[in-house]
Write a protein that binds this ligand. Structure first.
Ligand code: NAD
Length: 485
């Protein structure tokens, strides 16, 4: 099945004010299949002029039909979108697999997660309330939660459907309108999502999708004076640029950036339970996960055993074409492949290479494949232990006690997620309290991704929270009303 048959739309067009139009610049960007390097489609190369039109359409929607709906009506439309996403889940999954090289089962999970975000925020839409405030005699004071207005949402290529789902569904549930800028390496599912939204009855202008390059569309959106709120997910460097641009218009920003998340494995851990999770939490999506557990900190008493068991698992890992559902698919682009290979070369020169997985014979030279790679006895200050690699590379770091584990875990610029493996209840609570990050998982990692669980970082991992009910606060602002009587 070819990509155009799966999408049922012309991917060169952008989605403005409820209709498909050619970008003002009329340029296109090729879509490459990361498993083969073949060009399989083109997407529109949007311009600042397109962004301007999209922001205008989003403003108009707030003043028109979309802005006039009740919270319950918004929720019903989101629920319909969720149902339609599930109906097309298989198409969406294959589209993602061809576009970003994600193994098919992982793409299927992403499509279901997108539907689940829509379902969760559909239900939440009319359950967000203000408060009444006890105040002086003669006053009644209450707060209203209002949408920001036009939300610019800029997303990366690694989990396009999930990240789109968590931001767009929460923004729409709270009554904002959206201009979405998907990543240039992963725009096709966002375009199909726009078609689904229109079919579900989302009023024109509530969602606009402008594809294109970050330097054109992303920069224009983050600096646009007509935008009221920005939600950015991506790299630290770009996030800081977006925040600078937003600051010039005094626009609030949520930043979901990178990470160098640790698993901390104590000598009382249940290793049979931990082992597959330790590896899977980094190898998922070929390591291209912001919350990838790319550092494994192991207490010295069990270090040799963990090292041995991890090597055994690594030797079974196979990387190959995404549609064949191997443990890992290719990374998204040649550029990403080069970045990750450079880290591996650095590690080979300076560290102990403990194990690598293998390439499936069906993988061709045109694909962006990287072998899953484990380095052992890595000093905590080595670049491979403190810089985000965003590829299938994991490091093992020994430690002696709780304080040293904390020092290492908290010792990078990032603070997104941490995993703790210990049966000691007191230690679970003490460590969870002292870890500098946005989520801590005890004797698991990720808790199945739960859309209900607030997510976000500290330090260079960003600020603000998405997912769960918390996102609804981020996509609204409080107005206080004081009545004197
Ligand atoms: P990126 O920063 O290069 O791109 C992200 C988005 O920003 C893309 O849509 C891109 O086109 C756009 N962009 C690029 N330049 C821009 C500019 N000047 N102004 C505005 N927008 C611009 O990131 P990436 O390479 O696509 O994604 C990888 C990074 O994203 C990693 O660091 C990863 O950790 C992070 N990430 C974080 C989370 C999270 O929730 N914390 C989730 C996924 C990915």
């Amino acid at each position: 099945m070819t990509l155009d048959k799966l999408t049922r739309i012309d991917t060169r067009l952008i989605f403005l004010n409820g209709t498909w139009v050619a970008s003002a610049g009329a340029g296109t960007i090729p879509v490459e299949d990361p498993s083969t390097g073949t060009v399989i489609a083109q997407i529109g190369r949007g311009t600042a002029e397109d962004v301007d039109q999209a922001v205008g359409a989003a403003r108009w929607a707030l003043e028109g039909e979309w802005g006039g709906l009740t919270a319950t009506e918004r929720g019903r439309i989101l629920m319909r979108m969720s149902e339609l996403v599930l109906e097309r889940a298989e198409d969406l999954a294959m589209i993602e697999t061809l576009d970003v090289g994600k193994p098919l089962d992982q793409s299927r999970r992403d499509a279901v997660a997108l539907a689940r975000y829509l379902e969760f925020y559909a239900g939440a839409a009319d359950k967000l309330m203000g408060t009444t405030i006890p105040y002086q005699q003669g006053f009644t004071v209450f707060t209203l939660r209002e949408p920001h207005g036009v939300c610019g949402i800029i997303i990366p290529w690694n989990y396009p459907m999930q990240i789109l789902g968590r931001a767009v569904a929460a923004a729409l549930a709270t009554g904002n309108s959206v201009v979405l800028k998907p990543a240039e390496d992963a725009s096709v599912s966002a375009l199909v999502f726009a078609a689904i939204a229109a079919k579900a009855g989302l009023p024109a202008g509530a969602l606009n999708v402008v594809t294109g390059l970050g330097a054109d569309v992303g920069a224009a959106l983050s600096g646009h004076a007509g935008v009221d709120h920005l939600s950015f997910t991506g790299s630290v460097e770009t996030g800081m640029r977006v925040q600078e641009a937003a600051a010039r218009n005094a626009v609030p920003v949520t930043l979901e950036l990178g990470g160098k998340s640790p698993h901390i494995v104590f000598d009382d851990a249940d290793l049979d339970r931990a082992m597959p999770v330790l590896v899977g939490a980094c190898m998922q999506n070929a390591g291209q996960t912001c919350s990838a557990a790319s550092r494994v900190l192991v207490q010295r008493g069990i270090y040799d055993e963990v090292r041995h068991r991890m090597i055994e698992i690594y030797r079974t890992l196979v990387v190959g074409p995404a549609r064949d559902n191997h443990d890992l698919g290719p990374v998204v682009s040649r550029k990403q492949q080069r970045i990750v290979q450079d880290f591996i070369e650095l590690g080979r020169r300076e560290l102990t290479l403990a194990a690598q997985g293998e390439l499936h014979p069906s993988a061709t030279a045109g694909g962006n494949y990287v072998l899953p790679t484990l380095f052992a006895e890595v000093p905590p200050d080595h670049p491979l232990a403190c810089q985000e690699i965003f590829g299938p590379v994991q490091v093992l770091i020994p430690f002696d006690d709780d304080d040293e584990a904390l020092r290492i875990a908290n010792g990078t610029d990032y603070g997104l997620v941490a995993g703790l493996w210990t049966r000691d209840g007191g230690r679970q609570l003490r460590m969870a309290g002292r870890l500098r990050c946005g989520q801590v998982f005890v004797n698991n990692y990720g808790a199945g991704g739960g859309v209900e669980l607030p997510f976000g970082g500290v330090g260079k991992s960003g600020h603000g929270r998405e997912k769960g009910f918390e996102a609804l606060y981020g996509f609204t602002r409080v107005k206080t009303v004081a009545l004197q009587h």
